[in-house]
Structures are given as C-alpha cells and as structure tokens.
Design a protein around this ligand. Sequence first.
Ligand SMILES: [Zn+2]
Length: 83
Amino acid sequence: MSGVLFKAACPDCRSRFELAAGALRLAIGGSRRTTFYSFTCPACDSAVRKPAGERIVELLTRGGVRTLRLAAGAPQSQTPVRN
Ligand SMILES: [Zn+2]
C-alpha cells in the first residue's frame, strides 16, 4: 500500500509528475468548495491547491494521503451564507 503514486500537474510551470502519498495533503471541508488537495510542485516549488471531488477524496484517502478535516462548525449546512 505504500508504493502508490498519484499523477499530478502544476498549473504554474505545467510540468507533470507523480507524487507519493506523503507529498500530498487532503483537506475536507464542509462543502465541495472547501474540499481540496494540495502539494508542492517538485519542479518550480510553488504551492498548488486543487479542488477534490468525491472520487479524488476516496482515491487519496485509500492511498494513505494525510487528511485534514475542516468541517468543524458546519455539519452539512444547506445554507452556507446567511445574511
Ligand atoms: Zn510547477
């Protein structure tokens, strides 16, 4: 289970590469907009953040990527903004 590599691409320098689970981080928020994964581009060193859909979340979680849950105060809120 430890040899999994994830394909990723950098929007800054446009290089493509494969990352081990330890190089990725997954953040799961209360909504899809706050659910994303991030990594540091090995080519240009920029911090990349991309939205993660359900499939990606499942894939990364299974692959052993460190997961951070951000959904502390908002359990499945249907109205994210109230004014
Ligand atoms: Zn890059």
